[in-house]
Each structure stands twice: as C-alpha cells, then as structure tokens.
Design a protein around this ligand. Structure first.
Ligand code: PEP
Length: 249
C-alpha cells in the first residue's frame, strides 16, 4: 500500500525571512494527514525549515547534492552537509538542472547511488520528455532511457525506497498540465519499466509522482488516477493555502 506523497519544490524562490513566514502560516494550516508532505527548498533555507517544522510530520528536502564528500567543487553542496542539517529528501535530476546546469544521466546516477548507499535521505528522481519529444511521440522511449541510465547498478531494495517524479518538461511552470490520463499513462509506463528492470514487489513499492503545473484546481483529478501516488509541486507550493489545498486534494 503506497502512501500518497505531495512535495513542494521551491526552486530558487524565498529568502530566509520569506521561508520563516511561509512556515509559520503553513504550520497553522497543517493538520496531520495520511498524505506524506515535504518542501524542497534552497540550501540556505533548509535549516530554517527543519527548525520550523520540528515536531510535525512535514519533511524537508534539498534540490541537489554533489556525489563527492568534499573537494574543489565551487558552489556545490555535499551529502555530509545535508546530513548534518537532517534533510529528509533530495530532488535529483530536475529538468531545470538537466537543462541549465549540465546534469546528465551519468551524474544523476552517481548522485542517486551516493544518497541511497550512504544516507537515509530519500531521492526524488525527476524524469520527463520535452515538447519536441512529446510531439514526436517518443516520450515513452525518452523516459525509459532516463530511468534505465539513472538507475543503473542500483539494487531493487534501494529503488523500492525512492520516489520517481514524472515531470513532462512542457508542463513545468507553463500552466499547461498534462491531462490526468496522459500523466497516469506515463506513471504506469514508469511502473512497468521498474517491474521489467526489477520485480513486482519493487514496482508495487516505488512511489511515482506527477509534476507539472499541479494546482488546487487539478489536484483531485490527478491524485485520483490509480497509477499516480503523489505530486511534485513547483509554483503552487510557494503559497501556504494553495499548497495545503493540494495536500487536502
Ligand atoms: C517543478 O518545479 O518540479 C514543477 C513541477 O513546477 P510547476 O508546478 O510550477 O510546474
């Protein structure tokens, strides 16, 4: 039985002051639910959120990690640094990182292995096709290629503990949502790939989210699809009431 999981991705939004204000308001709205909840924030706001959400079941996630423990990697953040803060999740391979920061399936794979082998931090692996690929009808092939490469050498028990977010690039931050059927179909495709690569148990346990312009108005329809276990929410997670309404889908 998979527990629904709704995670916010703040991207590069919110200063410390703004994060504190969000957390204060969100805590007053938040009631313990059966839905797993987390916010993935910029690095400098992680400790603020950990502190603000202490004593609640709201998780805190980072949006990236380096695959080395330390070294001459200016501008990067390591796993020991995230562990020290106590983060619960880490987004890996977001399309914005793949598009603007040279993230490749190879680095995604190294980062996943780092997290899964050396911490309890749950990776949220993002995969998805761009508009051109969707229009060419190659979305399944693209996503399959990403999953195979990103998970190479990772064992079934580790995969079962992670989260995969299907995020069609054409639906991220564009206001264009995939229809619930399109989203459900691709989440089913991903589950099928996991079954083929691993086994039925792993495919039954892995959490698969949809991400791409999820908002209170479409959350119920999306979450009602059998193959969708949750959502990765960008823009709408920046506003406490909106994010809460999605959690209460
Ligand atoms: C995201 O940042 O992963 C995302 C899905 O953004 P949005 O909800 O704004 O489309």
């Amino acid at each position: 039985m998979r527990i629904p999981f709704i995670a916010g991705n703040w991207k590069m939004f919110k200063t410390k002051k703004e994060a504190k204000e969000f957390a204060e308001e969100f805590r007053t709205l938040y009631k313990d639910t059966d839905v797993r909840t987390a916010i993935c924030a910029p690095f400098t706001q992680l400790d603020t959120l950990k502190e603000a959400f202490a004593g609640t079941s709201i998780g805190v996630g980072a949006q990236n990690v380096h695959f080395e423990d330390e070294g001459a990697f200016t501008g990067e953040i390591s796993l020991p640094m995230l562990k020290e803060i106590g983060v619960d999740y880490c987004v890996i391979g977001h399309s914005e990182r793949r598009q603007y920061f040279n993230e490749t399936d190879e680095t995604v794979n190294l980062k996943l292995k780092k997290l899964l082998n050396e911490s309890d931090i749950v990776p949220i692996l993002c995969v998805g096709e761009n508009l051109e690929q969707r229009e060419a009808g190659s979305e399944k092939e693209i996503v399959e290629g990403q999953i195979r490469a990103d998970l190479a050498g990772i064992s079934a028990d580790k995969v079962a503990s992670m989260v995969i977010a299907y995020e069609p690039i054409w639906a991220i931050g564009t206001g264009k949502t995939a229809t619930p059927e399109q989203a459900g179909e691709m989440c089913a495709v991903i589950r099928g790939i996991i079954e083929e690569l691993y086994d039925e148990d792993t495919c039954d346990r892995v959490i698969i989210q949809y991400g791409g312009s999820v908002k209170p108005e479409n959350a119920t329809e999306i979450m009602n699809m059998d193959e969708i276990d949750g959502a990765l929410v960008g823009g709408a997670s920046l506003i406490p009431q909106k994010f809460m309404d999605i959690i209460n889908f």
